[in-house]
Design a protein around this ligand. Structure first.
Ligand code: V0D
Length: 256
């Protein structure tokens, strides 16, 4: 059967946004989110794209709180891709200031919540002030033992895969491993997500039904949840809806 748009989005209209209906025993361990639609949200309102990113940051904060309150183990945001450098300079400059802003407003709360903040991607290519903010997040939360919060910044999955291949070749040439040792585990240990569980659930906002170079190896068995809502309109209730839909699919899968 061919699914129309209605069928693809908010699959089956299953569930509403009630957190009470979430089963705490079968939560997805790792949720990864592509926060798309900030620019379009702003444009619809006649605002500069940067206003959309500011609104998007508020939804990031709200989603972090909701995930942490629920007991999610790992939450990952795709904040800035290697392709985002092609955007207008003014917009890139603004995006690079967001971690600095976020540091001022949110670091203390993340510390209090025992959240461990990590980066996926090459932060060395970002401006110094951005790097400093990112490093401060990592340093001030590195001993925390609660939820792991990843920001993929200057991240691209194919780049990550290329580096992994180079690392494996180095190890083979150095005699640390032989060709026949190369396994899924050997690969996973050489990706930026080393030590993290693969995403159980991937959420993408803004009606785009693509993966766009995000965690290609890691999403082999992930469930996907798409919404037409633009990221600055993405509410806690939608987040809960995505988790309930994930749980509904897992139950069905379990009963087969
Ligand atoms: C823009 C929507 C938080 C996605 C949210 C540099 C696109 C707002 C951070 C952030 C961005 C990153 C690291 C960190 C603390 C906060 C962020 C970027 C974009 C790209 F340690 N929001 N946010 N970083 N946006």
């Amino acid at each position: 059967m061919r699914l129309g748009l209605k069928g693809l989005f908010n699959q089956r209209n299953q569930g509403n946004g009630f957190v009470e209906e979430i089963d705490k025993q079968t939560l997805p361990k790792h949720i990864a989110i592509i926060t798309d639609g900030n620019g379009r949200w702003a444009k619809k309102r006649g605002l500069p794209r940067t206003a959309g990113h500011a609104a998007g940051m508020r939804r990031v904060r709200e989603t972090i709180r909701a995930a942490n309150d629920l007991g999610i183990e790992v939450l990952t945001f795709y904040s800035f891709s290697t392709e985002n450098w092609k955007r207008p300079k003014e917009e890139v400059d603004y995006l690079m200031k967001l971690p600095v802003e976020f540091l001022k407003t949110d670091l203390q709360e993340l510390v209090d919540r025992n959240v461990k903040v990590q980066m996926l991607g090459e932060k060395r290519q970002t401006p110094n002030f951005t790097q400093e903010a990112l490093t401060e997040f990592e340093d001030k939360t590195k001993h925390n033992t609660g939820m792991i919060l990843n920001f993929a910044i200057n991240y691209g999955s194919r780049d990550e895969i290329l580096s992994m291949i180079q690392k494996i070749i180095d190890d083979v040439e150095l005699g640390n491993i032989s060709k026949s040792d190369i396994s899924e585990q050997i690969v996973s240990e050489r990706l930026l997500t080393k030590g993290l569980p693969d995403p159980d659930l991937v959420i993408r906002s803004s009606g785009e039904i693509r993966i766009s170079n995000f965690l290609l190896w890691q999403i082999a068995y992930s469930e996907f949840w798409f919404t037409e809502a633009l990221w600055p309109d993405f509410s806690k209730e939608m987040f809960f809806q995505a988790i309930k839909e994930y749980q509904r699919r897992s139950r069905r899968y379990g009963s087969l």
